[in-house]
Design a protein around this ligand. Sequence first.
Ligand SMILES: [Zn+2]
Length: 260
Amino acid sequence: MTPRLIHAGNPGPMTGDGNWTYLIGDRNPVLIDAGVGHAPHLDAIAAAAPRGPSLVLVTHAHSDHVSGAAAIKAKWPAARFMKFPWPVRDPDVGWSWIEDGSTIDTDQGPLTVLHTPGHSPDHLTFWHADSRTLFVGDMLVQGSTVVIPASHGGSLADYLRSLDRMLRLNPARALPAHGPVIDDVAGIIHKYVEHRAQRERQVLDALTTGPLTVDAITAGIYPALDQALVPMAQESVLAHLQKLDSDGRARRDGDRWLVV
Ligand SMILES: [Zn+2]
């Protein structure tokens, strides 16, 4: 598996350096993720595959992964588009829907589709068993944790289950949408799981003082946080509370949360 890395050219506060997209094969090129439709991205795809991708696989419907689909379709009308449905977010490009266990043929061998919800409800991960390569979208980012947008379709419980599934594949490497290639996949997953367990203990500790709002818990756990980062931290705290709720260990009472 030797995909070409094609940068989407979209650095920014939410995307870091911007997104990687991956082009597999020459005869029937398969592009993983659509970027945002910037001209340099389309030019780079054209340079690598003059007739364009035959197929675009989209990991999930966050805009930095999916919003370029319309521009790709406009430039190469024969391209097909596949993802797992998320009806409120999916732009209309005539999707073919795929699901857990689907197989996608590429010039470099088949990819198995894994539905790995958590970061978003529609998130897919693509597994190339021959090379033990996992295309992970936003499931893993080297040197950082992954946002679980609890008010916008994220689920920490799902995310942890998805990480466990990925771990059990024993991948040799993970190709993410952000940041460098990940060679120690098990290492980063173990680190993530430990980080979430530690955060969960902090949330439970905070609740021992009595019922609290998400804002109050966040202020206690992240006392010196830059104001711009507070909403994201609140999403993370809410994600933990929802997981504790699904585990039967906390519940919501009005706008406050308490231990069960
Ligand atoms: Zn995302």
